[in-house]
Design a binder for this molecule. Sequence first.
Ligand code: ADP
Length: 162
Amino acid sequence: MQIGIYPGSFDPVTNGHLDIIKRASSLCDKLIIAVARNQDKRSLFAAEERVSMLIESCCGDIKNVEVVHFNGLLADYCIKRDVSFIIRGLRAIADYEYEYAIALMNKRLAPGVESLFLMASAEYLFISSRIVKEVAVYNGDISSLVPECIIPRLMKRLRSEQ
Ligand code: ADP
């Protein structure tokens, strides 16, 4: 059984992430979507909330996904879960430099696990969780940027932060 893992912060999940999830899920028997808990950037949503938003956004349509949150090194988690490959999405050149460094490190830590990169689809190339939050905080239209169920949760959280 080929198990893929798609790690990220997903703070919150966007249509760009969903596009990668749909495409990646067809490449493996099981796709683990792994929400990183211990990123150095401060998250708007707790890991458990990011997990539940991902479940709501994709688990109805896509049958072979499992959403988890994890602590510690991704490479260790991959070995523990018998993962064959790590999926990452590539948008800009800036993504490439960062992703290459991470992929080389993961290869050192878990030599049996490959990193696979999916190019962002043209319509989602410009979407990031950070940009979505920046638009939403000023009440801009985010309806084409995130799954519908995310909008009320995001607006509520941003209002409570102000
Ligand atoms: P963000 O940069 O939106 O905060 P994450 O840290 O959650 O994203 O990223 C998880 C993975 O998803 C990374 O590999 C990132 O490059 C990829 N990704 C994020 N947004 C997109 C998008 N719009 N299209 C393709 N891949 C994306």
